[in-house]
Ligand binder design. Structure first.
Ligand SMILES: Cc1cc2nc3c(=O)[nH]c(=O)nc-3n(C[C@H](O)[C@H](O)[C@H](O)COP(=O)(O)OP(=O)(O)OC[C@H]3O[C@@H](n4cnc5c(N)ncnc54)[C@H](O)[C@@H]3O)c2cc1C
Length: 391
C-alpha cells in the first residue's frame, strides 16, 4: 500500500509528489500520457514570484518579460512596462518534466500511460482503479491527490462535484516569429469575448499565439493568427492548434474522505488571466501540508482534510473573487467600449500606473490605483494589500 497516489503528472501533481516524497512518504504518480509534459497546451508565462516562492529549476526559463503592448480592436495601443522583469516564460514541457524528474529522484514512483478510472474509498484505504497499458490495475493508498487538470471525470465519479463548473476555453499555436519584439495582448470583445488574445515571442525564433474566450476558441484563434500572419509578424508554418477548457473559478469541495484535489482540478487559477501554474502550486503546497499532518495522525477523514480548502481559499480566494468581478465587467464590454477605454488610458497615463501592478496579485494594486492615483483618496492607512505574505 502506498501512502499517497497522485493522479496526474502536471506541475501540481509532480510538485505535490516531490514534496511528499521529500517528507519521506511512499508516493506513486499516475499519468495517462506515455510522456510527462505532453501535449503542451500552455504558454508558460509565470510571475517572477513563483521562482522566489518555490524551489524550481531555472533551466526551463526561456525569456524574462518586463512589459507588454495592449492592442484595441481597431489597433490603438499602449505599452505597460515595469522597471524590472515581472514575469518569465518557461518551456512548459521541460518545466513539467523537470518537476517529475525531481520527484522521481526524491523517491516518488511513476506509472506513465496509466489512466485512473475510478476511486473507491473504504475505512482503511483508497483504491484507485486504473488502466495501465490496456490492463486493469488496482492501487491502494492512504490518500489520493487528484491533480487531473480540467478533466473532472474522477471528481464527478467521486460525487465531489455534480454540476458542471463554469469554464473558459483556451487555445494555442506554436508559430515562427517574424518580427515581434514584445508581448502583445489584444483586448477585443468581438474576437475574444470575455477573454483576450496574445502573442508571446519566446525562444529564439518561436512565438506562442493564444486566445482565451468564453466560447468557440478554435475559429477565433485561427482568425487572430491569420491577422498576425497578414501583418507579417508571424509565420504559422502548419502549426497545430491545441484547445482545452480552463476553470473560471474554484471547484469546491476540493477534499473528501482520503481525497484532496489540487490545481486546475480545484479551480486554482487566476480569474483575470486564467493562469494556473502559480496558484496551482500554492494549492498543491497547501495540500502537502494538510496531507503531512493527516498522514502522521492516520486520520484521513474529510473533516480532517477540510483545513486544506480553508488554507488555499484564504490565500487566493479574495483575489479570485475580485478577478471574477473584473471578468464580468470585461465580458459586458463591446468593441466600442474597449476603444473608449483605450483612448482614456492613453490620454491619462494610466498605462504607466498599470506597470506597477504585481503580476500575480491584482486586487491591492488596482484598488490603490483607483482610490489613490485616480480619485486622489488617501490610502496610506490601507493595509499594503490583500497581497498575501510569503507563507
Ligand atoms: C491555451 C492555454 C494557455 C495557458 N497559458 C498559461 C500561462 O501562460 N501561464 C499559466 O500560469 N497558466 C497557463 N495556462 C493554464 C495552465 O496550463 C494550467 O493552469 C496548468 O497546467 C494546471 O496544472 P495542473 O497540474 O493542475 O493540470 P495539468 O497541467 O492539466 O495536468 C494534469 C495532468 O493530469 C493528467 N490526467 C488527467 N486525468 C487523468 C487520469 N484520470 N489519470 C491519469 N492522468 C490524468 C493529464 O494527462 C495531465 O498530464 C494556460 C492554459 C491554456 C489552455
Amino acid at each position: 500500500m502506498h501512502d499517497v497516489v497522485v493522479v496526474g503528472a502536471g506541475p501540481t501533481g509532480s510538485y505535490a509528489a516531490r514534496e511528499l516524497a521529500r517528507l519521506g512518504y511512499e508516493v506513486l504518480v499516475l499519468e495517462e500520457h506515455p510522456e510527462v509534459g505532453e501535449p503542451v497546451h500552455c504558454t508558460g508565462v509565470v510571475g517572477v514570484e513563483v521562482y522566489r516562492r518555490f524551489d524550481l529549476d531555472r533551466g526551463c526559463v526561456q525569456a524574462h518579460l518586463s512589459g507588454a503592448r495592449f492592442v484595441s480592436p481597431s489597433g490603438q495601443s499602449f505599452r505597460v512596462a515595469a522597471e524590472q522583469p515581472t514575469a518569465l516564460v518557461v518551456d512548459r514541457r521541460q518545466f513539467d518534466r523537470t518537476l517529475a524528474r525531481q520527484a522521481f529522484a526524491d523517491g516518488a514512483s511513476f506509472l506513465l500511460g496509466t489512466r485512473a478510472d475510478g476511486v473507491t474509498i473504504t475505512e482503511r484505504n483508497a483504491l484507485v482503479h486504473a488502466t495501465c497499458l490496456g490492463e486493469p490495475v488496482s492501487l491502494s493508498a492512504s490518500l489520493v491527490i487528484l491533480a487531473t487538470g480540467t478533466d473532472d471525470t474522477l471528481i464527478r465519479r467521486l460525487g465531489l462535484s455534480q454540476k458542471a463548473s463554469p469554464c473558459m476555453f483556451g487555445g494555442q499555436l506554436f508559430v515562427q516569429n517574424r518580427c515581434l519584439h514584445e508581448v502583445e495582448i489584444h483586448l477585443s470583445p468581438s474576437l475574444a469575448p470575455g477573454g483576450f488574445a496574445w502573442a508571446v515571442p519566446a525562444n529564439g525564433h518561436g512565438c506562442r499565439v493564444g486566445l482565451l474566450a468564453c466560447r468557440q476558441p478554435r475559429h477565433r484563434l485561427r482568425k487572430f493568427a491569420d491577422a498576425l500572419e497578414a501583418r507579417g509578424a508571424i509565420h504559422r508554418n502548419g502549426a497545430e492548434m491545441t484547445c482545452r477548457t480552463i476553470p473560471a473559478g474554484p471547484r469546491i469541495p476540493s477534499y473528501g474522505d482520503r481525497i484532496l484535489v489540487v490545481g486546475d482540478a480545484a479551480g486554482q487559477v487566476k480569474s483575470t488571466t486564467s493562469g494556473g501554474i502559480y496558484y496551482g502550486l500554492l494549492g498543491a503546497d497547501a495540500a502537502v501540508r494538510t496531507a503531512h499532518r493527516a498522514l502522521r495522525t492516520g486520520d484521513l477523514a474529510a473533516v480532517q482534510l477540510a483545513g486544506y480548502q480553508h488554507r488555499w481559499l484564504e490565500r487566493i480566494g479574495s483575489e479570485q473573487r475580485f478577478g471574477r468581478v473584473l471578468r464580468r465587467l470585461h465580458a459586458g464590454l463591446s468593441d466600442r467600449d474597449m476603444e473608449a477605454l483605450f483612448w482614456l488610458t492613453r490620454r491619462t497615463g494610466i498605462a504607466r500606473l498599470l506597470g506597477r501592478l504585481q503580476f500575480d496579485w491584482h486586487t491591492a494594486g488596482l484598488l490603490k490605483l483607483l482610490c489613490r492615483d485616480l480619485l486622489g483618496l488617501d490610502t496610506s492607512g490601507q493595509r499594503e494589500a490583500a497581497t498575501p505574505s510569503g507563507n
